[in-house]
Design a protein around this ligand. Structure first.
Ligand code: HEM
Length: 542
């Protein structure tokens, strides 16, 4: 198998997909709904169900033959259509907007949200590979989401347009309607409203298993087949809106019977059909290969330039590990000096001390689920040596026998460029009072770069519930040299607001802000793209 080379433009999505719980999970939307229903959305509301339904309604208007529509976040422009009733779409999009960046489109987030819902509510039984690269629409798409009052032949035609056969329609509907239910407040004609609609959605669930690890299971099929179903779209008092009933019976009950008989068949069918659902994209959009977890992944890398002739490289190395910390495992960093410097036995290049594990994160995704251990490091490097990258040595000491593996990222080391360096101790960030970000960046003098600017990316409003990724330019001012270091500091400051667009309901209360650094002179430009706020100090509160 080809070694996955770090870094890649999908690294943030990789983090979101795999680092779902525990250390570093703050950057993953999984924190909302994994394990199933982690965040309470209100009586009669189910976050995982809302996220899955949002993905389906985004895709349901696709015309695959003509390459139109699919998962493209056009749902953000369509929430007021009467084929999209309920606040589930608004809620989903507001949750996900907190994770929108130039490298995580809303369409990719919607797709990943559906994956989390199926995976996190099935205890990992539904494991959909995740491909990245969906592109957000800039306006509404066609109409055509199936409605419960439509006759069967219209549903068959509609699913065929979406790329699914009549048999697959049965499967996909059962896979969707294993979570959540029909909300009386939105479908008065289907479910009676008996409790106060201000505090209760009066939801009639599709089956009796609706929370925890068995929410996404074949009970919806079992109960339908056994005629004990509470599914309002199968046996509701309103015969016109019994679309599930007509669909499940459309082949004489064969497919829904198979799903009821075999949990394994149910999971496999849902895995395949939901994968096709989230990978339905408009013509011209190409998805990546499925994301794989890096065996070794650096993050939050900073080099702080000191005034004593050294720089301090800090960061984290993530390894795949056992559930329990392995006290016999440590790592060492082997620093590659910047080109031009040779390391000799008399003047060796820097190797860190042994670094022990620090914190774990884990995943519901994957069977068995993955766990990670993270190793935070601090290494002093002489400025004369500089840094162009590093190798990671993993050392296991078992019963006195040392076993060591050197990870070289495909032979070239994990790259680190010490030309443009954000100084974490001189920079700060906050997104809770006014969205302040102060950046201090050191530029290496022998790069002869004389000006620095940043492009700061924050979500910005569109005529949609899906924001666009904004690009705010920011110029730096030269602050002066760090004595004797060969580096000069530049400063800039920006306030990007607390929650862009004043999302009334952004339940994350936060957003991910990234910035690109662009330094130049008359003849050349050096860029350091997609820097995150993680690892910067927080700005003093007010
Ligand atoms: C003929 C096709 C379909 C029809 C007519 C239909 C209709 C409905 C209706 C009327 C509701 C209640 C919504 C509410 O009260 O907010 C609902 C809920 C839901 N649907 Fe469908 N649906 C169809 C297919 C699908 C498919 C293919 C999926 C996903 C694969 C899906 C996923 C869901 C989910 C997860 C919910 C629960 C939402 C919640 O509890 O908040 N549906 N559907």
């Amino acid at each position: 198998e080809k070694e996955q080379i770090w870094p890649s433009k999908t690294d943030l999505l990789e983090t979101m997909l795999f680092e779902q719980q525990g250390f570093n999970s703050g950057n993953s939307p999984a924190t909302f709904i994994v394990p199933c229903e982690k965040v309470t959305f209100g009586t009669g509301r189910n976050g995982a169900a809302e996220w899955l339904r949002t993905a389906y309604h985004d895709m349901a208007t696709a015309d695959v033959e003509n390459g139109i529509g699919g998962i493209d976040a056009s749902i953000g422009f369509e929430v007021n259509r009467d084929e999209n009733p309920g606040i589930g779409f608004n809620e989903t999009l507001m949750n996900l907007a907190a994770f929108l960046t130039p490298r995580s489109s809303m369409a990719d987030l919607i797709a990943m949200g559906a994956l989390f819902a199926a995976n996190g509510c099935s205890n990992g039984s539904v494991e959909i590979p995740f491909r990245a690269g969906r592109v957000d629409a800039t306006g509404p798409g066609p109409t055509g989401v199936p409605r419960p009052e439509q006759p069967l032949d219209e549903h068959i035609t509609s699913f065929q347009k979406q790329g699914f056969t009549p048999q697959e329609m049965i499967g996909l509907v059962a896979c969707g309607h294993t979570l959540g239910g029909v909300h009386g407040v939105d479908f008065l004609e289907i479910v009676d409203v008996v409790n106060d609609p201000a505090t209760d959605d009066n939801t009639q669930t599709f089956d009796t298993t609706n929370s925890g690890f068995t929410a996404f299971d074949n009970t919806v099929a079992v109960q339908y087949v056994n005629n004990v179903t509470q599914n309002p779209l199968a046996f509701g008092h309103n015969e016109t809106t019994r679309s599930d009933g007509r669909i499940f019976a459309s082949d004489g009950g064969i497919e829904i019977g198979r799903m009821a008989t075999s949990p394994a068949y149910f999971y496999k069918t849902c895995q395949d059909l939901l994968e096709r659902m989230i990978n339905t994209v408009p013509k011209g959009v190409t998805l990546t290969e499925p994301l794989q977890p890096y065996p070794v992944k650096p993050s939050r890398l900073f080099a702080t330039v000191n005034s004593n002739g050294t720089m301090t490289l800090t960061g984290y190395i993530r390894l795949i590990g056992d559930v329990a910390a392995n006290p016999n495992r440590s790592i060492k960093l082997h620093i590659h000096p910047r080109a031009g410097v040779t390391c000799t036995p008399a003047k060796p290049c820097t190797v860190s001390n042994n670094i022990p594990a620090f914190a774990s994160g884990h995943v519901m995704y994957g069977n068995p689920p993955l766990t990670f251990w993270t190793y935070p490091f601090t290494v002093e490097v002489p400025l004369a040596q500089g840094i162009s990258g590093f190798d990671v040595e993993v050392i296991d000491n078992i019963n006195g026998v040392t076993n060591s593996t050197l990870h070289t990222n495909g032979g070239h080391g994990f790259p680190f460029d010490d030309t443009l360096l954000t100084q974490p101790q001189l920079s700060c960030t906050e997104i809770h009072t006014e969205g302040l970000m102060n950046l201090t960046v050191a530029i290496r003098d022998d790069s002869y770069l004389s000006s620095l600017k940043a492009i700061v990316h924050v979500p910005e409003p569109l005529l949609s519930l899906t924001p666009a990724v904004g690009s705010v330019p920011l110029d730096f001012v030269k602050a002066g040299p760090i004595a004797g270091s060969g580096y000069t500091l530049y400063n800039a400051s920006i306030a990007t607001g607390v929650i862009p667009q004043d999302f009334p309901n952004n339940q994350a209360g936060t957003y991910i802000r990234t910035y690109d650094l662009i330094a130049s002179n008359g003849t050349h430009t050096v860029e350091r793209e997609f820097n995150m706020m993680d690892g910067l100090k927080s700005c003093p509160g007010f």
